[in-house]
Ligand binder design. Sequence first.
Ligand code: ZN
Length: 287
Amino acid sequence: METVQCDSCHSDQTVFDRTATQSIALQPPYAVVSCRNCGLAFMNPRMTAEEYRNFYASKEYLNEYGYEDLLVTSRIREFNRALDQIEQRQRPPGRLLDVGTATGEFLVEAKKRGWTVSGTEISDSSVTIAKEKHQLDIFHGWLDQAPFSKHSFDIIHLSHVLEHVPSPQTMLKTIASFLKPTGLVVVEVPHEFDNWFVRLGRSLGRFQPSTHPSMHHVYFFTPRTLDDALRRAGFLAEVTTYSLNVPYRTLPPPLRMLGRLATEIIDRLNGGIYIQAFARPMTEQPE
Ligand SMILES: [Zn+2]
């Protein structure tokens, strides 16, 4: 276990967030806190890097979050949506890197569209699946150890990665070193406690807190704190939220239209379930 200061602004002044801590069933001493200075929410204290390595290698984690099936069945559409949005800003050909690519399905879709693809992944079994199933040569390890040339990528994509790492600032700075000065970074993270569907569920008394402690997220971004983290790492970002079809797909048909409309409005007001940022390096670094 370790105690840390705020990754974005280095303040050690924090406020305990009881609602967030309870909603992911954290047991003391683990807790969700938010920085008094910049508002970033994070787990503190938390497991050490060594403890996280063992945690991610454990059978319980893989059983509980066996993401291969989840990826294949439900996320292909989400990946193509992200690729459409990338290509509205920058067209292939070019070099695209997916950090934490798991079994490589995002890269398979990107390759079909003409991108030259690379990936990194810390899970040994995922790298093997990516190679055997998709013939992808994924770097097995952390991004800062990857043998890529400096400033060589046009696009760097991180989907549901930044909330897991010990220091988003360190990772974003490593990303800046691999990205071309004209390149684009695409970051997606969950909007965990503040999305409007959770808020609505709470106000209707229908929110079910998790019964099992959720230890795998270390950071809990909001659109504002993600934008702030990117700016501090030297990026200028457009930040939005989206919910895809998650909140209304289970509704009966007459309500589905209404659900879709409500979801679109909520997404526009930054209340959606996922946060997405498109960011480019600032020409002049802050500080
Ligand atoms: Zn802070």
